[in-house]
Design a protein around this ligand. Structure first.
Ligand code: ADP
Length: 234
């Protein structure tokens, strides 16, 4: 479980999150909606200690992220807006192996994790291909595989569709749907809600750093219209 307890955070004295409290259960698919600048990235970066609260606390499975960020990172995988920022190796296989290698695992376990992660994103057997030569959608899927190789309980994706065409976006969404069905928690921030609402168990909408809607998708769509977050009809 990921738990926010009265989290307050400011950039240069400008408050972004104020007294934010949330509980996200294992296995939930949570969609974070809201306009640019509403605080989605800031909130999500607290889930594995990339940012730490000015006051309040974030807990992953009962342990404070600020006190034990390494534990949080082993449970909460992050996929950033531009996957190119997160690659550390030239080939698919080497990149996905990087996280498990840093855990000091045996080669056989590393290979097994890479195989499972690549299968989960439909890139099995493509270990030796160069990342620079892949399409945007394939790169996004490699970034997801890199996070999955750490065997996280939750995957956090911040605007993962940026720069993807519709088929690539669809392929990433299909992978997220399959991961969610297998029990991985998904926290997805996007301002583009097409085809995403129906996958979510829960929609959290932010506005000016506050959670203004927290509801199942159908109910959230109605409530969102009241808070000026534009969404397509389900
Ligand atoms: P979203 O992900 O919803 O677009 P962000 O969390 O990125 O929202 O931004 C929330 C607010 O925090 C915005 O007002 C933004 O300008 C501000 N902000 C984000 N990152 C920084 C930063 N590194 N320095 C200063 N202000 C920032």
């Amino acid at each position: 479980m990921i738990e926010f307890r009265s989290v307050t955070y400011a950039f240069d004295d400008v408050p972004v999150l104020e007294e934010c409290s949330l509980e996200i259960d294992d296995g939930e698919f949570v969609l974070f909606a809201g306009a640019n600048g509403s605080g989605k990235t800031t909130l999500l970066r607290h889930c594995n200690g990339l940012l730490t609260p000015d006051s309040g606390d974030v807990l992953v499975d009962g342990t404070s992220v600020a006190e034990n960020p390494i534990r949080a990172r082993s449970r909460v995988g992050m996929v950033f807006q531009n996957p190119r920022d997160q690659f550390v190796a030239a080939t698919i296989g080497d990149d996905v192996a990087f996280g498990p290698e840093n855990l000091g695992l045996d080669r056989s376990e590393i290979d097994e994790r890479v195989g499972i992660a690549l299968e989960a994103v439909n890139l099995s057997g493509r270990d030796d291909e160069r990342i620079a030569e892949l399409s945007g959608g394939e790169q996004a899927r490699v970034a997801i595989a890199g996070a999955l190789a750490m065997e996280p309980t939750h995957l956090v994706l911040d605007e993962p569709f940026t720069g993807l065409d519709d088929p690539a976006r669809r392929s990433v969404l299909e992978r997220l749907e399959a991961l969610s069905a297998d029990g991985t928690g998904v926290l997805l921030a996007t301002h583009d809600l097409r085809d995403v609402l129906e996958l979510a168990d829960r929609v959290i909408a932010m506005h000016d750093g506050e959670v203004v809607v927290d509801a199942p998708p159908e109910q959230a769509v109605e409530e969102l219209e009241g808070v000026a977050v534009r969404v397509p009809r389900c």
